[in-house]
Design a protein around this ligand. Sequence first.
Ligand code: HEM
Length: 481
Amino acid sequence: MTTTLDRQDIQGLVTRGYSTLPRAGFLVFAITQPTAARAALGRLARRVTNGLSEPSDTAVNLAFTSDGLRRLGLETPELGGFPYEFVSGMTAPDRSRFLGDVGENAPRYWRWGGPATPPVHVLVMLYARDEQRLHRLEEETRQGALAGGALAETIRLGTAELTGHEPFGFRDGISQPLVEGLSKAEGLSKAAAAGAGGGGEGDQVVRAGEFVLGYPNEYGLLTDRPLLPSRYDPDGLLPRTPQGAADFGRNGSYLVFRQLRQDVEAFWGYLDAQTRRPDGSSDPAARDALAARMVGRWSGGAPLVHAPRQDDPALATDNDFGYFATDPDGLRCPLGAHIRRANPRDSLDPRPGSAESVSIGRRHRLLRRGRPYGPDGSGDGTGARGLHFIGLNANISRQFEFIQHTWLNDPDFNGLHDAPDPLVGPRQDNRSTFTEQGRPVRTRHLALPQFVTVRGGAYFFLPGLRALHWLCTAAPEGGQQ
Ligand code: HEM
C-alpha cells in the first residue's frame, strides 16, 4: 500500500530538518489579547513554509501549546480530541515523574515552560541561510506579532551554527526514521515490506501515521486526532473525514521541545579520569573510545557495531545495521549505549533478531529536528551549551515519552542495573553506572555524574496549514481573556 502525503498542507519541519539553513532562532510567545493575536498570527501563518520543496533562504514554522490553542478559542470540548499528555502539558506532576524531570531537572528550575516562568502559548521557529537573514526575519516576526501588544515575548531561544555535531562533539542527526510517502523512503520501503528484519536501513521505513496525523500508523490505524463537528467550519476550510467531521488534526504533528543543557567539561573530565594510565597521565585514545561506547558511535559518526576498534570516516553516516546478529552481547556496542537504547532496532523481546522485533521498534520512533545552542550565550543566557531537542511524533506517550522513560531513563534497561542512559539520563544519588561488556571481564564505570540537565520545554501541536488558517481566522472566539 502506498501513502501519498499532502505535503502542501504539512509544515516543512516534518519533511526536512532545514540543514541548508544553518542559522535558527526560536521565539516563544504568550498570548495577551486573543483577538488581536489571531490577526497577528494569521499574518504570520501566510509565511509558514510547507513540506513541498526545499526553501532556499528562510523558513518559518508555527506551533501551539494546548494553553495557546485555548487562548485562541478552542475550548475544552474541542480539546477533547487531543491526547491527555498534550492537554495536561509536559510539566504536569505525573508527566514530570514519568519523564525523570525531578531533582535538578525539575520544572521549578527551568528557564522557560516551568511553573515560575511566563506562559508559553506559541512557538515561532525561524530558519535562515545566514545570520543577517535570520536577524531580519526575527525583527519582522517581532514587529508583526508584538504590534499592539497582542503577544508578549516569553523567551528567545538562540542556536549555534549548525555544524552537524552536538556540543559533546559527536556527529548528530544520522539515524532518522524514513517516513513512508517521502522520497527517500520509497526505494527502501520494498525491503521493509518484504520483512527485511535485522534492523538495517530497509527497516527504518516507518508508516507516515507515526509522525503525521490522519494517515495509517504502524498498527494500520489512524492515530487519534482532534475532530470537530462540521458546524465549527461552515466555510469548509478544514479537510473532512468520511463521516463529515472537520479534521483539525490532519497533516499536523506533535512537537516535543526540551532545552537540554550539556555539561561538556564534566563529560570529558569524567571520561579522562576514568581512562588515566597507571602513571596518572591522560590517555586520549582510551578516553575517546569510552565516549564512543557511551554513545554507540564514534565522534565522526561510525557505528561501533561496524567499527568496534576505531573511528572509520568511510562509515560516518552508516545506518545499515542491527544488533542481534552482529553483537547480541554488547561486546562491540555496549548494551547501555545511547543509540542502542534510543532505538534498539532488532533487539527487542520477545524474539530478538526477528522481523517482529523490528516492527515493535517501529512503534517507538521519533523524527529528531533539534539544534545545538551556545557557547556564545545566545541560547542559555549564561554561556552554557546544549541541545534544543525537538522531536516530532503522532503519539507523544507511545513515542517520545516511551523512549525517554522506558529506554533512556530506566536504570534496569536490558538486564542492566543502576544504569540509566550514560549520556542523557538523570542520576540516582551516586549509584549510576556504565558497563562495557567484555570477555573475560566487563568494565564498570561508577558514580556517573549527570551530564545533561533539562532547562525548559513544552509539548506543542504543529498544525497543518489549513488548520492553521482556520485557527487564526475562523475558530470560534471566546478563549480565556
Ligand atoms: C543532550 C542530549 C542528547 C545528546 C547529546 C544526544 C546525542 C545523540 C547522538 C550523538 C546520536 C547518534 C547520532 C545519530 O544517530 O543521529 C543520537 C542518536 C539518537 N538519539 Fe540522542 N542525544 C540526546 C538526547 C536524546 C533524547 C532526549 C532522545 C529521546 C528521547 C534521543 C533520541 C535519540 C535517537 C532516537 C537516536 C537515534 C538512534 C538510532 O536510530 O540509532 N536523544 N543522540
